[in-house]
Design a protein around this ligand. Structure first.
Ligand code: ATP
Ligand code: MG
Length: 432
């Protein structure tokens, strides 16, 4: 079994049950690829019964369940001394201590009717183990191998590893935001940081097909799939940006093209946010990184939306961002060399300090702009990715459906057909 511990924040206050429920549902979603696994809820914690599913693989996804601070592989025994000792012995045997391994038993009697106190149990369990495993020697201060024995009313849990996990707030417990997801290194990391802070996210990607390739689009789906593995599910909105982009380029103000494009992106993302009942936009901006991320640019760009713009990476150095990208395994995909729409028509010297009034004037000179923006929103396609899906390639073709049609499938009680074969956890779709 695997024991999951909630963060302290979730144990306190009125929000506790809401937080616990969100974390529980998140666990359920990321375990969809492991259909035999069973989740057992207990006061202040969760257990996963493996039932033959691979423990290490499950740990890899469970490590990223937000609101959970640590996990342990555990063995369960009925709360009765002989069974507890036998299980403890099994755990030591599996650990297979090397000569000179320091050791102690840390027993905790949570169920006071158990006949031995915690102190007594420490000795009662340690003595026969030391006899059986001569490689072990006692060190109560800093043992390498600390065998925990937790006695609860029905069952006792034995474990020795405590693996730190993502922490943060349970998924979705802080509302929903639209993540502007490019194919770069930064925005997937921003998405992960937002998820970790308890934000549910839906991704918005702007593509300029046919100037940008199918492959570039697929790269973004692959990145979103990695995020879906953490989130349980991610919806991706694919916005056809070619017409808007071409029109902005025709304005002939080359050094302002990026500023203008970004503003239109924010407008479109805000309209999608309204549709999807999201209350913020999330970007991968990092202060000063490129021309469009100077304070002057962000000021002019940001005014295109009334929604709060969340920038989780704003004060981070590129090295820190890259490090997280490696940890969450988006880096290798992000550095694939497919072009982003923003690298098209890009000026040699983009404005680092654009003038808001001038930018607004240029926009006012393009009367079709509002219609083109509305049209892009209308033609946006939505796909839904679930944790553990293996072939986003095929899915992209299959699930390219217009926005409003996709809307309907949202309200079906089971996850739509985008769930891969073999992940039969029918409850996954219910909780979002
Ligand atoms: P990234 O590595 O995320 O692409 P970046 O450092 O390359 O970021 P820009 O390309 O200037 O910076 O983009 C800044 C932010 O604007 C991105 O982090 C992302 O949130 C958003 N963005 C840029 N291009 C797109 C796109 N084609 N679709 C959706 N969002 C985009
Ligand atoms: Mg980029």
């Amino acid at each position: 079994m695997i024991l999951l511990r909630y963060g302290e924040i979730t144990i306190k206050g009125r929000n506790r049950s809401r937080f616990e429920k969100a974390a529980h549902e998140h666990v359920k979603a990321v375990l969809a690829p492991f259909p035999q696994a069973r989740i057992i809820k207990e006061f202040g914690r969760l257990y996963i019964e493996a039932n033959g599913e691979p423990i290490q693989e499950m740990i890899q996804v469970l490590r990223h369940v937000f609101g959970i601070v640590s996990l342990s592989p555990v063995k369960r025994a009925p709360s009765e001394f002989d069974a507890v000792l036998k299980t403890a012995m099994e755990m030591v045997e599996e650990y297979n201590p090397a000569p000179g391994t320091t050791f102690k038993v840390t027993a905790r009697r949570a169920w006071k009717k158990f006949p031995h106190t915690s102190q007594e149990l420490n000795h009662l369990v340690a003595a026969p183990i030391l006899k059986e495993f001569p490689n072990l020697s006692v060190n109560v201060r800093q043992p390498l191998f600390n065998l925990h024995v937790e006695v609860r009313e029905e069952n006792t849990y034995v474990f020795h590893e405590v693996i730190p996990t993502a922490g943060g707030f349970p998924l979705g417990s802080n509302g929903k935001g639209m993540l502007l997801l490019s194919g770069g290194i930064d925005s997937p990391v921003a998405g992960y940081q937002a998820l970790k802070r308890g934000l549910e996210i839906e991704a918005v990607h702007f593509h300029s097909f046919p100037f940008t390739s199918e492959r570039a689009k697929q790269k973004v789906v692959d990145l979103a799939q990695i995020l879906a593995n953490y989130a349980g599910r991610i919806r991706v909105h694919m916005v056809p940006f070619t017409e808007v982009q071409t029109k902005l380029h025709q304005a002939g103000e080359e050094h302002l093209t990026i500023t203008l494009m970004r503003r239109s992106m924010l407008r479109i993302a805000s309209m999608l946010a309204d549709k999807r009942k999201a209350l913020a936009l999330v970007t991968g901006d990092s202060l000063g990184q490129v021309a469009s991320q100077t304070l002057g640019s962000m000021n002019v760009i940001g005014r295109a939306t009334e929604l709060p713009l969340l920038r989780p990476l704003i004060t981070m150095d590129k090295e820190e961002i890259v490090q997280i990208a490696h940890q969450i395994q988006t880096f290798e995909t992000s550095i694939l060399p497919y072009e982003d729409c923003c690298t098209l028509f890009v000026a040699k010297s983009p404005a680092t300090n654009p003038n808001l009034r001038i930018v607004e004037k240029i926009e006012a000179r393009i009367p079709e702009l509002d219609d083109l923006i509305q049209d892009a929103v209308d033609r946006t396609e939505m796909i839904t990715l679930y944790a553990g899906q293996q072939q986003p390639d095929a899915l992209l073709k299959q699930h390219n459906q217009p926005h409003d049609q996709a809307e309907e499938s949202l309200h079906t009680s089971s996850p739509d057909h985008a769930v891969s074969e073999g992940s039969s956890n029918q409850e996954v779709g219910d909780w979002f």
